[in-house]
Design a protein around this ligand. Structure first.
Ligand SMILES: [Zn+2]
Length: 188
């Protein structure tokens, strides 16, 4: 799992986890700073996935922390290119009436970053075909909470699929729930 917040950097710069950056106790000083020109600073080589960290921070100013993981249920659905439809109202927490699955591209490539930005339109989470998932939040705490929620929803949807065709919430109800989540967020 890679989770690291943007630390004191503008949209032209992102902090990326180092290779193997999943170890417990990773701190900001262990991160690599990657500039818009793809120049890396730090004691260790940045993760091969620094491109999508940089591009999400640049494209989505509300992103303060990005979490990328190969969580089992999210990855299982992503390996079948299954997106999450509105089978449960909590899907709205991610910004819309679905969580899309980004098309497959080789890890670490600009093509993968582009596919993710496309899947993240008006969303703060996406699955990644044959790969895993990514979420972003205002800070690390929110990103982690969203990642746990997404993995839970993926497990629930995996179970629902075994019961037959999923029964989905109608568009007008999802619009209502999305607005409630927006209003809830504004109270903070
Ligand atoms: Zn990955």
């Amino acid at each position: 799992m890679q989770r690291l917040a943007k630390v004191g950097a503008g949209p032209s710069q992102a902090d990326a986890p180092p290779v193997g950056g999943s170890e417990p106790g990773l701190r900001a000083r262990g991160a690599n700073s990657v500039g818009a020109g793809a120049t890396a600073q730090g004691r260790r080589q940045p993760s091969s996935e620094w491109r999508f960290h940089r591009d999400i921070y640049a494209a989505r100013p509300e992103a303060g922390a990005i979490l990328h993981a190969h969580a089992p249920f999210a990855t299982a659905l992503a390996c079948q290119s299954i997106e999450l439809p509105p089978f449960h109202y909590m899907i709205a927490r991610f910004g819309g009436d679905s969580v899309r699955c980004a098309r497959y591209a080789t890890f670490g490539t600009q093509e993968l970053s582009d596919a993710m930005l496309d899947a993240l339109r008006e969303r703060r989470a996406c699955l990644m075909a044959h790969h895993g998932m990514a979420v972003f939040g205002a800070d690390l705490k929110e990103a982690l909470a969203l990642a746990v929620e997404l993995e839970s929803l993926c497990e629930q949807y995996w179970r629902v699929l075994q019961l037959g065709a999923p029964i989905l919430l109608p568009a007008d109800e999802m619009a209502r729930v999305i607005e409630k989540f927006r209003a809830y967020g504004r109270q903070d």
